[in-house]
Design a protein around this ligand. Structure first.
Ligand code: UDP
Ligand code: MG
Length: 155
């Protein structure tokens, strides 16, 4: 159990479908703290870095174009085991395979236009938070809900 921060991107498909509020609401209702949030237009350079593991895949050009279609909303979310919690909330990559109840399962029927990006581990979360946020854009405010969200020995 560890207090973690993780990066979420609300993809252009989410901005275009006016689902940002709904998706952010799910993270807030879960009990995650919003430590950072901003809108930004991504470019080829940041996408080649962010999706370095996928640049040689045949779908990279459509992925890149879809991620540049509109600005994205970047979120830094904090909570106990937040990296895994958010990945579970997102569900598997392909929206057609993701179960109802997950974000992708509820809002996506696509293997690419799948609503959110979420960091997949502690090293990627640290690197991705640095990629999308400056230090001063991450805020360490104390949530008054913490006493109700966690047991005293959890957090
Ligand atoms: N993606 C795609 N086709 C694929 C696999 C992935 O278009 O066959 C896209 C999809 O938008 C996915 C992103 O590439 O969210 C990053 O892929 P990754 O395997 O890291 O999946 P994720 O971590 O987003 O679940
Ligand atoms: Mg990934």
């Amino acid at each position: 159990m560890a207090l973690e921060k993780t990066l979420v991107l609300l993809k252009p498909c989410t901005v275009q479908r006016a689902l940002c509020g709904e998706v952010i609401n799910r993270f807030e209702k879960k009990g995650l703290r919003i430590a950072g949030m901003k809108m930004m237009q991504l470019d080829e350079a940041i996408l080649r870095e962010h999706y370095a593991h996928l640049v040689d895949r045949p779908f990279f050009p459509t992925l890149r174009d879809s991620m540049m279609a509109t600005p994205v909303v970047a979120l830094a979310l904090e909570g106990v085991d937040a990296i895994e919690v958010v990945r579970q909330m997102a569900g598997p990559t392909n929206g057609r395979k993701a179960l109802p109840g997950t974000i992708r399962g509820d809002y996506s029927v696509s293997g690419q236009q799948n609503i959110v990006h979420a960091s997949d581990g502690p090293e990627t979360a640290a690197a991705e938070l640095k990629r999308f946020f400056r230090d001063e854009e991450i805020f360490e405010w104390t949530s008054p809900m913490r006493v109700a969200v966690y047991a005293s020995d959890e957090c």
